[in-house]
Design a protein around this ligand. Structure first.
Ligand SMILES: NC(=O)c1ccc[n+]([C@@H]2O[C@H](COP(=O)([O-])OP(=O)(O)OC[C@H]3O[C@@H](n4cnc5c(N)ncnc54)[C@H](O)[C@@H]3O)[C@@H](O)[C@H]2O)c1
Length: 370
């Protein structure tokens, strides 16, 4: 199936009309799972990773979907990511546990951590899991969504490899580490759950890699080149630094992610995390995962009714000039997921070719014949 690109969550990147191939989510999931299993990833773990990557592509977060596979597989082949690692949990208090990811996939560590946090929250109202020795876990919203599906509020923090300067600096120090959180809603009159998932940079670095892959320009306020100048060339931007959103405040949020995910957990921090595109060393990423029972101070239905009311107030407010519709955090992604779930996920030719090259390496069926 071939179609022109259609608008998604990130209009700046869909302005360039490129031919895309629509892939059904089930095909993308099977392909990913098979590819991972051929790289020694146990089937249950491969399913978790495939679910998270396909969910990112479904939600329009293409920067953190299937296109990340080649970098993860390179890390396995270079021996810096352990495909067979099984996370271990150590209970510290009734509501606090530490998870050692043993240098396995971040997706598996975060999914396991959120599962355990939810179990603790069911019994005690809150559950916190600090994760160490992990790797890149992709789109944070996958784990917020996991909590929402269990009727839980959540915080999902991670640190990441250096890309962002401290405010006033020009060298890479902090990661573009996303801050994510969520809460379930009742769904009355179209109300959707609250799902915030944002990088503290003007844009996620994955979007620059995506623009580079697709031969697209980036907006001039996303990054500085290696000489400290603003640039619209993704290749030049990757030599320089990302710009924090909101100046010093974005830089402060990135430091916050490092305090809670890195310093606190025992994982690498202060610029020492290794990124997913650097296959020279183990990642040693840290995560901070919290689940909170929303019905601690009132019944669950009342909580959800209040969330629905908040939704209606947010999206029903007076609009500023030129704005057609006010969205709730996570709503654009939810609508994109619904549409892509029916139509298929659009991948550009170069992306499919890169994935098919991985398929050829291990002799499995292509994602699509192009
Ligand atoms: N694992 C890692 O190390 C890592 C690092 C960086 C980014 N990421 C991922 O990259 C993704 C992209 O991050 P981003 O900051 O570029 O996302 P974004 O700017 O597209 O969206 C950020 C948040 O703002 C909300 N939003 C966007 N437009 C809106 C609108 N018009 N009205 C209301 N709400 C709106 C979104 O729902 C989302 O919650 C995230 O999923 C993040 O987890 C991961």
């Amino acid at each position: 199936m071939t179609s022109p690109s259609h608008p998604d969550t990130h209009p700046s990147q869909s302005q360039t009309q490129q031919e895309t191939i629509l892939i059904p989510p089930s095909t993308a999931t099977t392909f990913t799972r098979t590819l991972l299993e051929f790289h020694s990833v146990p089937p249950t773990h491969a399913s978790i990773i495939a679910h998270c990557l396909v969910l990112a592509d479904l939600r329009g977060v293409d920067s953190h979907g299937l296109n990340r596979l080649p970098s993860y597989l390179t890390r396995i082949r270079r021996g810096v990511l352990n495909p067979t690692a099984t996370p271990t949990l150590t209970q510290k208090t009734p509501v606090v546990a530490q998870l050692d990811a043993h240098n396995g996939f971040g997706f598996v560590a975060a999914r396991t951590a959120m599962d355990h946090a939810i179990t603790m929250a069911r019994d005690f109202g809150i559950g916190l899991v600090s994760v160490t020795h992990s790797n890149h876990f992709g789109m944070s919203a996958a784990f917020v969504q996991q909590a929402v599906e269990a009727d839980m509020m959540s915080l999902v923090f991670t640190n990441s490899s250096p890309a962002l300067p401290a405010w006033g600096g020009r060298e890479k120090l902090m990661g573009v580490s996303p801050i994510a959180c969520g809460a379930p809603a009742g769904g009355k009159d179209g109300a959707v759950p609250f799902i915030l998932d944002m990088a503290p940079s003007v844009a996620a670095r994955g979007k620059i890699y995506k623009a580079a892959r697709r031969g697209e320009e980036i907006p001039g306020d996303w990054a500085l080149d290696g000489e400290g100048r603003r640039t619209t060339d993704p290749a030049e931007a990757l030599k320089g630094v990302m710009l924090p959103m909101g100046g010093a405040k974005g830089s402060a949020l990135a430091i916050m992610m490092d305090v809670f995910s890195g310093v606190f957990s025992g994982a690498a921090f202060a610029g020492h995390v290794t990124g997913p595109y650097d296959p020279s060393r183990e990642g040693d990423v840290g995560h901070f995962i919290v689940a909170i029972k929303p019905d601690l101070f009132m019944g669950l239905e009342e909580f959800k009714g209040r969330m629905d009311y908040l939704y209606q107030k947010v999206v029903g407010g007076e609009r500023m000039e030129g704005v057609e519709r006010i969205y709730y955090p996570g709503e654009i992604e939810l609508e994109t997921a619904r549409r892509r779930g029916e139509e298929g996920i659009p991948y550009v030719r170069g992306e499919i070719e890169a994935l098919n090259r991985e398929a050829d390496e291990v002799g499995i069926a292509h994602l699509a014949e192009i």
